[in-house]
Design a protein. Structure first.
Length: 421
């Protein structure tokens, strides 16, 4: 390796550190960047001057107003320039497609949600609808440099395909390739619960840092697992399918077609099925209105009966699942996210009781839960941060010019995208 190559790699690494520090801290001073990165003040000054000249960053006053670049003011804050680039984010879930365009700071420029009949749509229709929704959102908005698509289901480990999902009978859906062919920019396809975990790490790094769990508690059960600062995934798929761990072998029927999964006891459809006195082998219903689940929860609070028993069984399924997981990785902070949090007051005692019966729950009383009712904003935020940090590392850390990671169709000029208003 020549000295020139080593110097270029070091320069790229240091630029990436500075960009990451500014993204993490929003508007840090150069002194704060030095504390975060360990780089010298002279190195930070040189790098920040270059990034400002390129339009990647800008100086701001402490109140957030843009300040002209000038020397002699080391405590002036640095901010990412929202006009430096934009990214497109999608979330494909049951009968719904959300599309978002975000600027380089991660702020939303434009967003829309479309209703789709995902269970009935053909492969071609579903892919074409996804492409059309993004085209409609980004028309007259300039070009974007990355696409990050979150999906409800299992994705391949390369982040290219939707392998299986309860929202569609289709398998091996080439979402990444279809979007990349249509728009000519690098595209990733990620499990929605993984994107929730990614968002939590950015929104609350004090609680959610190197090791934590994000559980989606809704019609289905999902999990994003962060271990040693990295998202857990498998060698072939996105993995982390907490909801499809077996709770009772040969037990209730799950949406995945297997028997006895955690989701077959703790998903909304499972709770509704049990509370309605239906057979545990009955085929799961496609969806249940939030109001119906709220009525069940209220009934469970008020009286002993099938509804309360259904929620108890759900809590125990989750608790035993967490206990088994903690036996492998040790206890970690848990975020419970989604519509199911509305009944967490009923679920939590059973979760903790089941946890205490497992080896992984020896310190169940010390395990902390945080509940968040809205999953979709977290999923889209995680998708945006995935796309933006990829831009940070592979485009802006290298400096101006065409990057080798861009596909041929994607080698376009960086058009500036301004926030509305």
């Amino acid at each position: 390796m020549t000295a020139g190559i080593r110097h270029d790699e070091m320069r790229k690494r240091n630029r990436a550190l500075v960009i990451a520090a500014v993204r993490q801290s929003d508007q840090p001073s150069r002194t704060e960047i030095a504390k975060l990165t360990g780089l010298s003040h002279s190195t930070i000054s040189t790098i920040s001057a270059g990034l400002i000249a390129e339009g990647t960053m800008r100086e701001v006053e402490q109140d957030g107003d843009t300040a002209p670049t000038r020397r002699g003011r080391p405590q002036v804050a640095l901010s990412l320039n929202p006009d430096a680039a934009s990214v497109a984010c999608l979330y494909l879930s049951f009968n719904s497609l959300s599309v978002v365009l975000a600027d380089y700071r991660g702020d939303v420029i434009n967003q829309r949600t479309h209703r789709l009949d995902t269970l009935a749509m053909s492969r071609q229709d579903l892919l074409e609808a996804t492409i059309a929704a993004l085209q409609d959102l980004t028309r007259d908005r300039g070009e974007f440099l990355r696409i990050s698509c979150a999906v409800q289901g299992i994705t391949d480990s390369a982040g290219r395909e939707l392998l299986w999902s309860p929202i569609t009978p289709l398998s091996h859906l080439p979402v990444g390739a279809a979007l990349e062919d249509a728009f000519g920019v690098p595209t990733t396809v990620q499990n929605d619960s993984n994107m929730m975990a990614e968002a939590l790490r950015w929104l609350n790094p004090k609680r959610y840092s190197d090791n934590f769990i994000a559980i989606l508690l809704s019609h289905g059960i999902g999990m994003g697992l962060m271990l040693n600062g990295k998202m857990f995934s498998g060698t072939r798929s996105s993995a982390g399918e907490f909801g499809h761990m077996i709770h009772k072998p040969g037990g209730a029927l799950c949406r995945c077609g297997r028997m006895g999964c955690i989701e077959a006891y703790a998903g909304n459809y499972a709770i509704w099925r049990r509370a309605s006195g239906r057979s545990p082998e009955e085929r799961p219903v496609a969806d249940i209105e939030a109001g119906e689940m709220e009525k069940l929860a209220q009934r469970a609070r008020c009286e002993e009966g099938p509804a309360r028993q259904a929620f108890r069984e759900a809590g125990r399924a989750i608790g035993f699942g967490l206990g088994n997981l903690f036996a492998l990785i040790d206890p970690a902070p848990v975020a419970i996210i989604g519509q199911g949090t509305a009944a967490f007051d009923i679920l939590e005692p059973e979760i903790r009781s089941a946890l205490a019966e497992t080896a992984g729950g020896q310190h169940a009383e010390a395990i902390s839960f945080e509940t968040m009712p809205r999953a979709r904003p977290l999923i889209l935020h995680g998708a945006a941060m995935t796309a933006l940090t990829d831009l940070d590392r592979h485009v802006f850390a290298g400096g101006p010019g065409v990057r080798s990671d861009e596909p041929a169709k994607g080698r376009r000029k960086m058009a500036l995208v301004s926030s509305p208003g």
